[in-house]
Design a protein around this ligand. Structure first.
Ligand code: HPA
Length: 247
């Protein structure tokens, strides 16, 4: 099997990697079922890169219905060991306003009822992986270095709070998350990160801030619209191709 240098999982507003060349479209079935959509494998700077849209290419899967296990297993089955997760998020604390890119180093899981382990099935050996540092240090460092080389601003660190969705949060929920120490809020960071650890994959998150989380911005009455989210993701993602080329 030819290795894949890097697998990229795209979040809300990121459904294709237009820069990939010689693209093969694959529909791998895994022991956990089908991934969210096709895996597109192609060349970037001569290196094999895989791309998968987490919500499906037509954004048809809500966060709690995504088969996170199948997505990761599909990428691993194609030969990927490193997964860079692109996650569209809301910003909670000062440094994480709209259009900021961040590489968080911690997370808190507020999701519930999702299949969050590869030990789910009866008869599977139960494992308890270390998760004190939820993102792989070497992959985070590679991502930060690539951003520096590409001249793309990327905030080093931050705590990602994973909420259930698909609704956005109340102001009280965001106030609580701020007290808990969260800087960012998104709906898809978990169980993906934990599953990657269980599967032995290197995994890091590149968070794209689309909006101030509820009540977190200068206008406490601001209403978050999908159009704002998509516009900010598009603007903030402009530097991503250059960053990925450097990786
Ligand atoms: N909350 C949760 N997830 C999100 C947000 C948000 O404000 N913005 C983009 N994804």
């Amino acid at each position: 099997m030819q290795t894949i240098e890097l697998a990229v999982i795209g979040g809300t507003g990121l459904y294709r990697l237009a820069e990939l060349e010689d693209v093969q479209t694959l529909q791998p079935e895994t022991r956990y079922g089908m991934p969210s959509g096709p895996v597109r494998v192609g060349l970037l700077e001569g290196k094999r890169v895989a791309f998968l849209a987490r919500h499906g290419e037509g954004h048809s899967l809500p966060p709690h219905r995504i088969n996170y296990r199948a997505n990761l297993a599909a990428l691993q089955g194609l030969g990927a060991n490193r997964v860079l997760a692109l996650n569209t998020v809301g910003g909670i604390t000062q440094r994480f306003g709209p259009r900021v890119l961040a590489c968080p180093d911690q997370l808190i899981d507020y999701t519930w009822g999702r299949v969050s382990t590869i030990c789910e099935e009866a008869g599977t050996e139960v494992i308890h992986v270390d998760f004190g540092e939820p993102y792989t240090r070497s992959l985070r460092q590679a991502t930060l270095a690539a951003a520096r080389d590409a001249g793309v601003e990327l905030v080093d660190g931050g705590c990602y709070g994973a909420t259930q969705g698909p609704r956005l949060e109340t102001r009280a929920e965001i106030a609580r998350m701020r007290r808990d120490g969260c800087d960012l809020v998104g709906m898809t960071g978990m169980p993906e990160a934990a599953l990657a650890r269980e599967m032995g994959l290197d995994y890091a998150c590149l968070a794209i801030v689309a909006n101030w989380a509820a009540g977190a911005g200068p206008d406490p009455d601001e209403v978050i619209t999908l159009q704002d989210v998509l516009d900010n993701v598009a603007a903030a993602s402009a530097g991503l191709p250059a960053l990925l080329r450097k990786m």
